[in-house]
Design a protein around this ligand. Structure first.
Ligand SMILES: C[S@@+](CC[C@H](N)C(=O)[O-])C[C@H]1O[C@@H](n2cnc3c(N)ncnc32)[C@H](O)[C@@H]1O
Length: 533
């Protein structure tokens, strides 16, 4: 539509009264991810820590193993074929950090438990540049070689027959899938379309969204078809009575049943999102899997009756945006499809986890249920994050042992190790021999859990080397400095550190070689303000 300028408040409207799921927002969203590529998670700050850390990877792997145990028990009745692969789809796999951590955990568990499952993990995305990034990533090569990993282009709006796997050439269709399909979708349902409604006096109203931005010097240069507008968007919702709830059945008769139940059960709901994108995905994958589906997801969202009635903000803008997922409705959807849904019981709407099965009753998968209860529902990644945050901000004088235990609690979380780096270094001078040994173990463990997304993360690897240098572990320090270089973190500082480590090892010849390499790089970067000396 043409731009309408409202003279009074200097707001420029570029969409008026659109159905939310049909809004231009979703085109902007797709464009944002396609334009950013892997930079989405670096320069563009799309959040991903909570869904891409060692703790969540371990929890998800334990839940998958629980489900596999149930599959063994149901082998006959559920037609499990252990000679055929179990496909695990990762929808919108993003950086690939989750995939890497999860695969390592899963394979270790399957080997330890001697579980004879063939796995093919398929990372999918709408962004070709992300797929290219995964293809070239060193850390995926071994999985690809073994056939344990594959990639596929996937656009949630394009629900064609099957997914084309890039490496094996397999077209993943209902005929090919002989075993239940496992699906992981983290921060995915919050990225794809939603509708919005409210209930007033047991009457359902549909929300229509209008979008605008404030006229400022900066916004003058914005285009409403370019994702750079997203952080500037102001949204307004107006509600209109729904004349026929059945009209929402075009895609799926379950939609109107859930909407009707909201209007019948609640006198008033200030507003609620209806996750139509998520429903489309679930419906498509139920078809693809012959209705044998396990879904594992994590998003900001709501689960309870109480939250449904609260005025929880639903629209979070970063350089892309996300919307709170109505897991309350998704649970109703799975129930109606003779499946069930396990949801985390925490009341924190910033993160909800779900394990849902499309065709089995709760009692048929006790191992899955128990694994969910003992992992995600006991101690979620955001619980860990909150503990770390409190410790970091409140307990500034934590001792070294405490900091190491905290990092260990997150299954050797490299991100939090880096957060505490300066404090760990400060405490090192007065550390006991035992604490030093524990720190060396922590360094090696965190390195194993590190999946680089950008070459600048080489700074973290250098920090590991610095601590080892401080502890006079010169060979190991050099190893980490070289790991950083291998990641593309070619900074003069790294060469200088290697030079210093060789000097400390009393090897002046090799030290000189590294000094000269560093100096050459320094002259190459002469325009930079840093001094080599
Ligand atoms: C918020 S990110 C989540 C990434 C990752 N799962 C995580 O937890 O960090 C959303 C992902 O979905 C992809 N995506 C966005 N729209 C999509 C669509 N319509 N179909 C398929 N993937 C989409 C994006 O490229 C991105 O990788």
């Amino acid at each position: 539509m043409s731009q309408i300028i409202n003279q009074n408040d200097e707001e420029i409207y570029f969409e008026k009264n659109a159905i939310l799921s049909k809004s231009v927002l979703w085109e902007l969203q797709k464009k944002a991810y396609c334009q950013f590529g892997p930079a989405a998670w670096q320069a563009k700050n799309v959040p991903f820590y909570l869904t891409s850390n060692p703790l969540i990877a371990r929890h998800y792997a334990q839940i998958v193993v629980g489900f596999f145990r149930d599959c063994l028990a149901l082998r006959q009745s559920f037609s499990i074929d252990l000679k055929q692969p179990f496909y695990i789809l990762d929808l919108g796999a993003g950086t690939g950090r989750f995939a890497y951590l999860f695969l390592n955990e899963l394979f270790e568990m399957l080997a330890n438990l001697k579980m004879p499952f063939r796995i093919c993990y398929v990372m999918t995305d709408i962004v070709e540049a992300n797929i290219e990034f995964w293809k070239k990533h060193d850390y995926f090569q071994a999985f690809l070689k073994e056939g344990f990993l594959d990639f596929a282009y996937y656009d949630h709006t394009d629900r064609k027959n099957g997914l084309d796997l890039v490496y094996s050439g397999v077209k993943l269709t209902a005929d090919v899938l002989r075993n239940p399909l496992l699906v992981i979708a983290n921060y995915f349902f919050d990225t794809i379309p939603h509708d919005i409604f409210c209930v007033k006096g047991h009457v359902l109203y549909e929300g229509r969204i209008s979008l605008s931005y404030k006229k400022t010097k900066e916004s003058k240069i914005l285009s409403t078809t370019d994702p750079s507008i997203i952080p500037h968007i102001i949204h307004h919702v107006e509600y209109f009575p729904v004349e026929s709830i059945e009209a929402f059945d075009i895609e799926d008769p379950e939609y109107s049943k859930i909407l009707k139940s909201y209007a019948q059960e609640y006198e008033n709901i200030p507003y609620f999102l209806f996750p139509v994108g998520a429903f489309q995905v679930i419906r498509y994958l139920r078809g693809l899997s012959n209705d044998r589906l396990l879904f594992l997801t994590g998003d900001q969202g709501i689960t309870s009756d109480k939250q449904l009635l609260e005025d929880i903000p639903f629209f979070a803008k970063h350089d892309s945006f996300s919307m709170s997922v109505n897991y309350h409705a998704i649970e109703a959807y799975f129930k109606q499809s003779k499946g069930f849904c396990l949801l985390t019981s925490s009341s924190d709407h910033k993160m909800v986890h779900m394990a849902a099965v499309s065709c089995l009753g709760k009692n048929e998968v006790p191992e899955l249920r128990e694994a969910f209860r003992l992992t995600l529902d006991t101690f979620e990644p955001q619980d860990y994050f909150k503990i770390v945050e409190t410790a970091f901000n409140g307990w500034k004088d934590s001792n070294l042992e405490f900091m190491i235990k905290l990092i260990k609690l997150g299954v050797w979380d490299p991100i939090n190790f880096n957060l505490f780096f300066s404090r760990i270094r400060e405490k090192l001078a007065s550390a006991s021999e035992k604490e030093r040994e524990e720190l060396i173990t922590a360094i090696h463990q965190c390195w194993k859990k590190f999946f680089p997304v950008h070459k600048d993360e080489g700074a973290f690897v250098v920090n590991l080397g610095v601590l080892l240098y401080d502890m006079k572990q010169y060979d190991e320090a050099i190893q980490y400095f070289q790991y950083a270089l291998k990641l593309g973190y070619e900074e003069p500082l790294v060469f200088k550190n290697i030079f210093l480590a060789y000097q400390a090892k009393k090897d002046p010849e090799t030290a000189r070689i590294w000094y000269e390499k560093g100096l050459a790089l320094h002259f190459k970067n002469i325009n930079q303000s840093d001094s080599y000396e």
